[in-house]
Design a protein around this ligand. Structure first.
Ligand code: HEC
Ligand code: HEC
Length: 233
């Protein structure tokens, strides 16, 4: 290869990479409004972002990969733990993360601030970001859920357990909350009737119960989730 050929390879290589890079950058910017659903940026979402800044949630958490690396990324937190799950964790981090080594402070946010935060997280979670950053939080809820689905199938009872806040306090296969006991083998400890009764009205079984009555569940949902749990031995 002569010096001249080497020069042209270098020169054309640099120019073409630069052009491609600038074109992709421009193309990405062109799509930002659509990919982020900027039209859904309501006042509530904006207020949520302000609350997020007010309490410096970013010191510990990342969103879209930006922020502190101490705590789980919150980009898809609504999809991961549900809106009620998010509320519960902000309201009572002491209980939600009782057995966790890493602690989250209680910022004593007001209910309306929590509403705004949830709106903000819902909006952020809908940004089409090509699944970036990878979502496996400290609690591994998404991975745990995947495992749960793989091993137990998605029965209606499993779906109730996953979506009706049980996982705020209980875990299955290591995924979920730590305020209540893990329920992996609850079917071996309790009969179907006992489980059903516990979900309906914990205090009727155990006057010292810390679990609140699950009044948001229909009879059908209680039946499904009780059957699901009684099968776990
Ligand atoms: C001092 C650091 C710190 C600050 C500040 C902080 N958090 Fe956290 N947060 C944590 C830690 C640590 C965890 C994970 C605990 C665990 O799972 O063991 C967590 C977990 C969470 C979770 C559950 C995430 C999941 O995937 O399960 C949510 C939601 C959350 N934080 C929201 C917030 C919000 C909203 C704020 C601001 C109001 C905030 N955090 C401020 C440390 C912090
Ligand atoms: C706010 C936290 C919380 C939520 C939410 C919660 N539980 Fe509980 N649960 C507990 C605690 C704590 C216990 C341990 C006994 C007690 O203090 O009540 C418990 C105990 C239980 C038990 C008895 C376990 C045993 O080993 O004897 C069952 C069954 C149960 N929960 C099912 C559920 C189901 C199903 C849901 C969702 C519909 C749910 N729980 C939601 C906190 C909770």
């Amino acid at each position: 290869m002569t010096k001249r050929v080497a020069f042209w390879i270098f020169f054309l290589g640099t120019v073409s990479s630069t052009v491609i890079f600038l074109w992709l950058t421009w193309d990405t910017h062109r799509q930002v409004v659509a990919l982020s659903h900027a039209d859904q940026l309501s006042d509530d979402v904006v207020a949520g972002k302000r609350v997020f800044e007010k309490y410096n949630c970013n010191d510990c958490h990342t969103i879209l990969g930006f922020g502190g690396y101490y705590a789980p990324d919150l980009t898809k937190v609504v999809q991961r733990v549900g809106e009620e799950g998010v509320r519960y964790r902000i309201r009572s981090p002491e209980a939600a993360f009782a057995k966790s080594v890493r602690k989250m402070p209680n910022v004593h946010a007001t209910e309306s601030e929590i509403d705004s935060l949830v709106a903000f997280f819902r909006w952020v979670g809908n940004i089409e970001n090509g699944d970036w950053p990878p979502q496996d939080s400290g609690q591994g809820l998404s991975r745990g859920e995947a495992r749960m689905v793989a091993t137990q199938g998605v029965s209606p009872g499993a779906a109730v357990f996953k979506t009706k806040g049980c996982m705020n306090c209980h875990s299955l296969q290591g995924a979920g909350g730590t305020f209540g006991p893990a329920l992996d083998a609850v079917g071996g400890r309790k009969s179907l009737d006992e489980i059903r009764q516990y979900i309906r009205d914990p205090k009727s079984v155990n006057p010292q119960a810390l679990m609140p009555p699950q009044s948001g569940l229909s009879d059908r949902e209680i039946e499904d989730v009780a059957r699901f749990l009684s099968g776990l031995k």
